[in-house]
Ligand binder design. Structure first.
Ligand code: XMP
Ligand code: MG
Length: 183
């Protein structure tokens, strides 16, 4: 079987590799303009943001540094618990740095809202958020997100870093996970 043949696991492909690439390039162009005279520290949120981070960082013309944080608000299920745990903290000191959080997806927004408050308290010169996907119908908290790739329906999606139970992260597209997989 083709490793990427998951046609029975997805009900629909939302974005192909090409569409994701194009959107990443748009986001990178915006970020390049906004940070033209600044050094930016990209903070990737593990593990979901690995693909976004890798592609976004390479699409940027600006010099950037990268750091990673791992937080957990999900178990193996598909709903945010709202309880956030730091599994791995940043190596970098954020004091006076221009920080851009790089996320795969904003669902309820609970994770990012918590993360933003946490990083804000470390004294960055600026702090913004870039997310590839957002589910507007699922958002429960008001957070200011400067860079949004795509607004998507309130369905559980996988691929391009996004997982269900650690699977599907390596898909090059993003699709809606078929309910039979998690029910
Ligand atoms: P919240 O609800 O706090 O969720 O905004 C944030 C984190 O939950 C994960 N998440 C998903 N992962 N498909 C996934 O594979 C989804 O549809 C999905 N929705 C949320 C993701 O890690 C995100 O950072
Ligand atoms: Mg996840």
């Amino acid at each position: 079987m083709d490793a990427q043949d998951v046609s029975t696991d997805l009900t629909e492909v939302l974005y192909t590799k090409e569409e994701i690439d194009a959107k990443i390039r748009e986001l990178a162009a915006q970020i390049d303009r906004d940070y033209a005279d600044k050094d930016v520290l990209l903070v990737g949120v593990l593990k979901g943001a690995i693909m976004v981070m890798a592609d976004l960082a390479r699409a940027l013309q600006s010099h950037v540094t990268m750091d990673w944080m791992a937080v957990s608000s999900y178990g193996s299920g598909t709903k945010s618990s709202g309880v956030v745990r730091i599994l791995k903290d940043l190596d970098a000191d954020l004091m006076n740095r221009h920080v851009l959080i790089v996320e795969d997806i904003i669902d309820s927004g609970l994770t990012l809202s918590w993360l933003k408050t946490n990083l804000e308290s470390r004294g960055p010169a600026s702090l913004e958020i870039c997310t590839l996907f957002r589910k507007p119908e699922a958002v429960k908290v008001d957070i200011d997100v400067k860079y949004v790739g795509m607004d998507i329906p309130n369905k559980f999606v996988v691929g391009y870093g996004l997982d269900f139970d650690e699977k599907y992260r390596n898909l090059d597209c993003v699709g809606i996970l078929a309910p039979h997989v998690y029910q």
